[in-house]
Design a protein around this ligand. Structure first.
Ligand SMILES: Cc1cc2nc3c(=O)[nH]c(=O)nc-3n(C[C@H](O)[C@H](O)[C@H](O)COP(=O)(O)O)c2cc1C
Length: 328
């Protein structure tokens, strides 16, 4: 799959997830074979870029190429300005968020709320495409609600505006995260446009990934929640896609070392105090399904220093159930 000048090295990409897909997590997923990763969404309101949070979200220094920055907003001119500034800071692809149903985003008629207003979608996408000389991509849902599943219309508008790839979450905005994702609308979109399409929603195993590729005819897939606590899912998906066989499970010690490496990257990126706090949620996901996870979780979410967090992590994951990692 190709986006503008960038030939991706695989079919499986990491979905942007605010609060999760920070630079350390993106690095980890790329290490395990994610073909593309995207920053957490950044507001198009550049007056808010001075906060530590926004500054970190725009920190692209160590990102693998192509560096993708996602922006969210509702005014064509501010999105265009934000896109230009992101490119100046090193973004190689600009992704526009029209997939997020979060209230904070939708109240300002950004994110998936824009799907209700095709004219504004056209204005936004045309403005951003005209503002930058890098590829612009769009992350969207299948429509506003089940009655107005206008994904095909939006996708055609996007292609005509010069958008170079689409990622589609197989739910409407009204569905939020309820029910199961459906891939039929994604297949309709794929056959209505000539640009690459990534299918997204509820893909959590190698078998499911092949099923979604078949049902949607998409060029690639985007994996979100299933990568939490399991960044090596990209290795599993790539292996299954290439060989039709499940990848060998990771050994306990490998998992322990991957997690310790992740912690170290978090401390370096955020500093110790914030790094320890951010690491708690990742550790909670890493231990899901393991023996004595509750006990480990309740202890590790309380610790305040890196050394204590490392000590508990080393002990727990070094001794986790069996010889191989059986979680998830
Ligand atoms: C915690 C969380 C944060 C998210 N943040 C974003 C975001 O910043 N931008 C975006 O386009 N989608 C965001 N999403 C949506 C995901 O990219 C993805 O479309 C959705 O989770 C469905 O995929 P999945 O079933 O593989 O998780 C977020 C999802 C979650 C769970």
């Amino acid at each position: 799959m190709r986006i503008g000048p960038y030939q991706l090295g695989g079919h499986f990409t990491l979905a942007p997830m605010a609060g999760i897909t920070d630079a350390p997590f993106r690095r980890l997923c790329r290490h395990f074979g994610a073909a593309l990763t995207t920053s957490e969404m950044t507001t198009a309101d550049i007056d808010l870029w001075q906060t530590a949070k926004s500054r970190r979200r725009l920190d692209l220094d160590l990102d693998a190429e192509p560096r993708v920055v996602q922006i969210a907003g509702s005014e064509p001119a501010s999105l265009a300005t934000a896109a230009r500034l992101c490119v100046e800071r090193g973004a190689q692809i600009i992704d526009i968020n029209m997939g997020c149903p979060a209230k904070k985003v939708c109240r300002k008629a950004a994110g998936s709320a824009l799907l209700r207003d095709p004219l504004l979608v056209e204005q936004i996408l045309s403005s951003v495409v005209a503002a930058v000389d890098v590829p612009v991509t769009l992350k969207m849902r299948t429509g506003w609600d089940r009655e107005r599943r206008n994904g095909v219309q939006i996708a055609r508008i996007a292609e005509a505006a010069g958008v170079q790839a689409l990622a589609i979450h197989g739910r409407t905005r009204a569905c939020r995260y309820r029910g199961n994702a459906e891939y039929e609308t994604i297949a309709q979109i794929k056959s209505a446009v000539g640009i690459p399409v990534l299918a997204n929603g509820d893909i959590d195993s190698a078998e499911k990934s092949l099923e979604v590729l078949r049902l949607s005819s998409a060029d690639g897939l985007m994996i979100g929640r299933a990568a939490r606590g399991r960044p090596w899912i990209f290795r599993e998906l790539n292996h299954y896609f290439a060989s039709g066989e499940p990848a060998a499970p990771l050994a306990n010690n490998d998992v322990r070392d991957i997690i310790l490496g992740h912690l170290s990257d978090l401390y370096q990126f955020y500093g110790e105090s914030t790094g320890v706090r951010v690491a708690r949620k990742h550790l909670t996901w890493y231990c899901t399904g393991l023996k004595n996870a509750d006990k480990f979780r309740s202890r590790v979410v309380r610790v305040k220093t890196a050394s204590e967090q490392i000590r508990l992590t080393r002990t727990f994951f070094g001794a986790a159930a069996g010889d191989v990692y059986m979680a998830a």
